[in-house]
Design a protein around this ligand. Sequence first.
Ligand code: TMP
Ligand code: ASP
Length: 244
Amino acid sequence: MSSQQKLYEGKAKIIYTTDDPEILLAHYKDDATAFNAQKRGTIVGKGQINCTISSHIFRQLETAGIPTHFIDCPTANQMLVRRVTIIPLEVVVRNIAAGSLCKQTGIPEGKVLKTPLVEFYYKNDGLGDPLLTRGRLYEMELATPSQVEELQNMALQINSYLQNFFEKCNITLVDFKLEFGIDSLLKLQLADEISPDTCRLWDNSEADPQKRVMDKDRFRRDLGNVEEAYQRVLERVLSAVETI
Ligand code: TMP
Ligand code: ASP
């Protein structure tokens, strides 16, 4: 399928139209940003690694009954996806305290949460992606109560699947961010990507709190060896996929 015009360029991906109006091509970039793009850099090989990891995870989630926008991965850094209308929400699931949860609440990093938390953030760079209450979300008409219920259930189902999958990789899934779209039949579909850019992943074989970090926190916090960490996640994902 030939790619045609550029439809949209985000921080980590460029979206192109294809000759089928229902199908888009996502080109994964090596560009990395953090803190609402105040920090910028390049993670060499990230585009291919994130696209490949996301493709494997989307395929498996589909098999587990989660509808996703994934169609195919024609080259290592390109993904064909179903065209959906993205809901401007970042759905974050947390199993272990880290990142903004610790900053905003004082809960110590590494505390295993009593139950997974599902949080909704408004996907709006101009406003700095603020955390929403359910009331604000409904007032802004970002999703209906039944869609929020469905998003929450899907997010928890995806969490159970991913926790189990990353355990096979000897990795702890600390937290992650999901985005969803609505297709032409008004059905919710998991969209965007699932990768070391959008998850916190801790290496179970490393006790040191800095060495164990295998995700974008290495870039955010200048921990070094960013490319090596992404590559290690890819290798473990590929080995785990072979055993399924
Ligand atoms: P946070 O602790 O900074 O709120 O991040 C929670 C999770 O969401 C973490 O796995 C990183 C991911 N995330 C994104 O994918 N994109 C973002 O813009 C932010 C802020 C977080
Ligand atoms: N993706 C966001 C940004 O580019 C934030 C982050 O991942 O830390 O600014």
